[in-house]
Design a protein around this ligand. Structure first.
Ligand code: TTP
Ligand code: MG
Length: 608
């Protein structure tokens, strides 16, 4: 600790640590995969049970843990210490994902923000719910449910003790409901921030809960022997800290901010100090659908290209099933490798990603599918990325390959968006033209914890920086005319892009019918375009007239125009009437390639 000025943990962070206003619960399912199997087959409950992926026991029930079975143990080692260990394959993640989703859905019934973290963990911000409950509770009678890391020495003036006690009651309620409705026992951590709630959660495992009060945050943190125990410290940061002889969380508390700043950015140094003191102001972000869907396969070593290709092929097959279940259209693909590197203390991953043309995917009867040819295209993209990551002129040794779709096309936007008309039931080949082979990411390192075997990574973090898909370079429009029946026109969802194909000449012309983002609202009442009309009554008349296109410009195909939904017709008419109502400058055919962000053009691509 030569290069370090000693500093007390509280000296720099008193301001942050005085904010105890939040009440956060972290819930983790006990021996998750094993419980899913035991719920499915109750006879497994009384047996020591291990969940096997390849030659590894990824988890085991608590009966097996009595024998010393630990997560990620080799099957051979596990059987040595527990010959009666019942092994169940955990390679198919379907039921685990389904159980995970059920728990997440159940937790949402408390109407608080729920952030899903991996398969079996959730953060719930119950701050508002606690406040609501406090209105009806007798404060003096509120007791803490479960355990406490350490009894508070004196009452905190901000009232956080009472709030956290109420939160502990809510956590208890949640855990009981999960058990009663889904059959899973869980652990919970309760604290005024996510960091402490997560770290205190396993304090009394299994099937119990623990609260840590703010005054004990820093002390609680000193119980962790490795800086790596802090969730946001990955292996790279840990390595950098260890190289400065900062090994335990206490070491991190003691090192001065100035010393840290020599090795990390200012923000990072401050963040590290805060974390070491048990401070964390990151919000619980309501989870939506995962930002990426991925799979990884780890193995002892693979050094031959054809074997790598085989591994990727198998991963791709499984990944396509996940993507089909998700339903969104991927537009970006990431390949990850873990190279065996004896020189480094820890293994490291490298990734590359490229954009994927949505035309690879089609939607048949609402189901996302990929043809054989599409799969081959994906495989060649994968191998191209692989070639960029590996210098094939030299020997290589891999211990993991991973595949993930990291960006998805949003199929729906705002209620009044023109996109809705085009995107409902859309046949994907009609959307953006995104280059297949454009590698957009520099080689990047991924320091998230490696899973011992195939695993699903549903990345929910904001931290992942991904390049946005490039805007279409070329936008040609497609010719096909068809007049829809009245019912079809009446139902925008039935108006598929495939039925709106125009010929390229027409499209060049129609492209001049700019729809600025401001003008996306299609109802005459809400449309700024309409607001600029000199004669509002005409517009209203047009609505009544339906597909009347007498005043359409000559180049507009009336058949095609009549197939558009009424609201879209109104908007187009409004713009023909008053071109200046649109903020977008009149585009020449040359400008077709530069479709404005919210023009119709954006939603069409060359016919393949
Ligand atoms: P954990 O919550 O780490 O473990 P667990 O729920 O099995 O046990 P605990 O009672 O200690 O919480 O992980 C959740 C699931 O993720 C686990 O059941 C199996 C899977 N898993 C892997 O696939 N690979 C891994 O390396 C680990 C640690 C878990
Ligand atoms: Mg768990």
């Amino acid at each position: 600790m030569d290069d370090r000025n000693m500093e007390t943990s509280s000296s720099t962070f008193t301001e942050v640590s005085s904010d105890h206003s939040k009440s956060i619960i972290h819930i983790d399912v006990d021996c998750f995969y094993a419980q899913v199997e035991m719920v499915r087959k109750p006879e497994l409950r009384s047996l020591p049970l291990g969940i096997q992926q390849k030659n590894i026991v990824v988890t085991s029930n608590y009966e097996a843990r009595k024998f010393g079975i630990r997560k990620c143990m080799l099957v051979s080692d596990a059987l040595k210490i527990c010959p009666n260990l019942k092994l169940v394959s955990g390679e198919d993640l379907h039921d685990y994902r389904a159980a995970s989703n059920k728990i997440f859905t159940l937790l949402q019934s408390w109407k608080c923000p729920v952030e899903k973290l991996g398969m079996d963990e959730n953060f719930i911000d119950v701050t508002n719910l606690v406040q609501e409950k406090l209105k009806t509770l007798n404060v003096t009678s509120i007791t803490l449910s479960g355990h406490v890391f350490s009894e508070p020495s004196s009452e905190c003036l901000c009232g956080c003790h009472t709030r956290l006690k109420v939160a502990s009651q809510i956590a208890n309620e949640m855990r009981h409901k999960i058990y009663d409705e889904l059959g899973f026992t869980t652990c919970a951590g309760i604290a005024h921030n996510k960091l402490l709630a997560k770290l205190v959660c396993p304090f009394k495992k299994p099937n119990d809960q623990t609260t840590v009060f703010p005054e004990h945050g820093a002390t609680f943190m000193t119980t962790f022997q490795s800086v790596r125990s802090i969730p946001s410290i990955g292996s790279k940061t840990a390595e950098a800290l260890i190289s400065q002889k900062i090994i335990t969380v206490s070491d991190l508390q003691e090192v001065s901010l100035d010393v840290l700043k020599k090795h990390f950015s200012g923000d990072m140094a401050v963040r590290l100090k805060s974390l070491s003191a048990g401070e964390d102001n990151t919000p619980v972000k309501q989870s939506g659908r995962p930002q990426s869907i991925g799979l990884e396969d780890s193995f002892k070593t693979v050094s031959v290209k054809s074997e790598v290709e085989e591994k990727f092929g198998a991963l791709l097959q499984r990944l396509l099933i996940l993507v089909r279940e998700d339903g969104r259209i991927p537009v970006s693909l990431r390949v990850t490798l873990r190279k065996k590197d004896v020189k480094r203390l820890s293994s490291h991953r490298e990734s590359r990603q490229c954009q994927v043309s949505p035309s690879i995917f089609t939607i048949n009867s609402g189901t996302l599918t990929v043809t054989e040819a599409g799969q081959q295209k994906l495989m060649s993209m994968i191998m191209r990325l692989f070639n960029k990551l590996i210098d094939l002129s030299k020997p290589f040794h891999l211990t993991l390959v991973g595949l993930a779709f990291t960006k998805f096309q949003e199929r729906m936007t705002g209620r009044s968006s023109i996109v809705n008309y085009l995107m409902n039931d859309i046949s994907v080949q009609s959307v953006l033209n995104i280059q297949n082979d454009c590698d957009t990411s520099a080689s990047s390192m991924d320091y998230s914890a490696a899973s011992p075997s195939s695993s699903t990574t549903t990345d929910l973090s904001d931290g992942e920086v991904e390049p946005s898909p490039k805007k279409p370079k070329k936008v040609n429009w497609i010719a096909k005319r068809r007049c829809l029946s009245k019912e079809e026109v009446a139902s925008p969802s039935k108006l598929k892009v495939g039925e709106l194909r125009l010929n390229s000449k027409e499209l060049e012309k129609v492209s001049e019918l700019r729809l600025s983002s401001r003008d996306r609202s299609l109802t005459p009442r809400a449309s700024p375009a309409k607001d600029n009309l000199s004669d509002t009554s005409d517009t209203m008349k047009d609505v009544a007239d339906g597909a009347n296109c007498d005043d359409c410009p000559s180049y507009v195909d009336k058949e095609v125009f009549s197939a558009l939904p009424d609201e879209m017709q109104q908007e187009l008419k409004a713009m023909w009437k008053n071109p200046s109502s649109s903020e977008v400058p009149r585009s020449s055919p040359r400008n077709l390639n530069k479709a404005k962000p919210n023009t119709l053009l954006k939603y069409f691509v060359p016919h393949k």
